[in-house]
Write a protein that binds this ligand. Structure first.
Ligand code: NAD
Ligand code: MG
Length: 431
């Protein structure tokens, strides 16, 4: 069976692709090593841990789990600081462990769980311990680069990792994929476009793929002119037309930075060079990705815009389980439309592509600066158009300080992330 998600190692940065011979070797080697990890045919993964359980993806995952009583068990759940919300989920889903990242939330969590037998924990080490507990699948659904270290802890245990937390791959793609390969972990995409690509690729040979096109909804401001965009408020940006998601990714969808992050994510997940990845705006969010082959065929995956479909696949692959989503009726929908993205109004997409092509630490700087800028926009400290401008300025400043070289270690990646946040913060203030 073709294992596209174990291909990520061995590629250079930028648009350099993996040589065919290397790909074959990686495939054979990794498929062999992953043998003990993938559930045997006919068997579902059972014990699930959810990092970021209180968020949008976390809750959708737990909703699916509750929809299949007796099939899944919950091992560990984590959250940032919402002790009451996490405790309620841990009790409802009979988790064995619950961890908050914020140590100050520990007392409330421990109190809420007292007498339940559920282990309570707090802080970064406890987060890593939760991610490392024995589980068949760890759903990585923390938002932002904060998810990198705990997700890597799950990877290092050789687990199946259902990856929603795209910032892991944006920040540390090469390193992350090397760790996946070294541990024989199994990486399954949860992001809907990447889940769609994974399905459309199936068992095809990497060499047969000509192009992968991710679709973008275009977000709430698809038709807005520059004057309206410059005055756009967080409330308006948070009103996504199709998807219900956490605040950060909803803003990323409005700027189209989300699609830029997803191009970088796709570059690491799939065996294609950067110049064979692109995106098209598809306002209905029904077609999630198109994979074009050398013979002219294009395979697409369609589903209602509901994350429970790709989450269900990541939990059950190579099988499929029921997901309680609205079924597609194309006759009712009537039409599906497509248009090119407008990088003049949505420059974040172009900035992200430049970071992908530059490689090295550029994607890590892009991500960190974007996290800082999105937070500043949500707090009404900067305007909507300032988000992409801050990210572009941060990349330029990092470049002029010689910070965009390759990061060989996790410590190096974390140091660049910290430095890029500091840079972006100082550039925000100057705007
Ligand atoms: P969210 O904001 O709804 O939830 C984030 C979760 O992470 C929460 O449980 C929160 O407590 C936890 N968290 C936040 N900061 C943390 C920190 N510093 N340390 C530890 N935990 C922390 O976000 P979401 O929309 O569920 O998105 C999660 C990830 O999935 C993101 O990377 C996003 O890009 C990706 N994703 C989301 C969707 C979606 O539909 N929501 C779709 C595709 C991909
Ligand atoms: Mg997506």
């Amino acid at each position: 069976m073709w294992a596209p998600l174990r291909f990520g190692d061995g590629r250079g940065s930028g648009s350099a692709g993996m040589a065919v011979g290397q790909r074959e070797a990686a495939r054979a080697d990794l498929a062999a090593r992953a043998g003990g990890v993938t559930p045997a045919a006919g068997e579902l993964v059972r014990r699930i841990s959810v990092l970021g359980a209180t968020g949008s993806i976390g809750q959708s995952t737990l909703d699916l789990i509750a929809h299949h009583p007796g099939v899944f068990e919950v091992e560990a759940l984590t959250a940032n600081a919402d002790a009451a919300g996490l405790a309620a989920l841990a009790i409802r889903h009979k988790a064995r462990m619950a961890v908050v990242a914020d140590p100050q939330a520990y007392a409330a969590l421990a109190a809420a769980l007292s007498g339940t037998g559920i282990i309570a924990g707090a802080g970064q080490q406890a987060l890593e311990a939760a991610a490392s507990r024995p589980a068949d699948c760890v759903v990585a659904a923390i938002v932002g680069a904060a998810g990198l270290v705990p997700t890597l802890a799950a990877v290092r245990q050789g687990r199946r990792v259902a990856l929603a937390n795209k910032e892991c791959l944006v920040t540390a793609g090469h390193l992350f994929m090397r760790e996946v390969a070294a541990a024989g972990a199994e990486l399954l995409p949860v992001d809907s476009e990447h889940s769609a690509a994974f399905q459309a690729i199936g068992s095809s040979e990497a060499e047969a793929i000509e192009r992968i096109t991710l679709t973008a909804s275009g977000g709430p401001f698809r038709d807005w002119d520059m004057a309206r965009l410059s005055a756009a408020t967080p409330e308006q940006a948070l009103r996504h037309p199709n998807w219900s998601m956490g605040a950060k990714i909803t803003i990323d969808s409005a700027t189209l930075m989300n699609k830029g992050l997803e191009l970088i994510e796709a570059f690491h997940l799939f065996p294609v060079a950067a110049d064979r990845l692109d995106c098209v705006v598809h306002p209905q969010s029904i077609v999630h990705c198109l994979v074009a082959y050398r013979d002219g065929s294009v395979l697409a995956q369609m589903s209602s815009p509901d994350m429970r479909t790709p989450i269900a696949l990541a939990l059950s692959w190579p099988q499929r389980i029921d997901a309680p989503t609205r079924r597609l009726d194309l006759a009712v929908l009537g039409q599906l439309t497509f248009e090119p993205p407008d990088t003049a109004r949505f420059p974040a997409l172009a900035v992200a592509r430049e970071a992908l092509e530059a490689g090295g630490a550029a994607p890590a700087v892009l991500n960190a600066a974007n996290e800082v800028a999105v937070m500043a926009f949500l707090e009404k400290r900067i305007g909507f158009l300032d988000i992409a401008a801050t990210v572009a300025d941060s990349l330029e400043a990092a470049d002029s300080q010689g910070l965009l070289g390759e990061c060989a270690s996790l410590a190096g990646v974390l140091a660049i992330d910290t430095e890029a946040r500091r840079l972006a913060g100082s550039l925000l203030k100057r705007r």
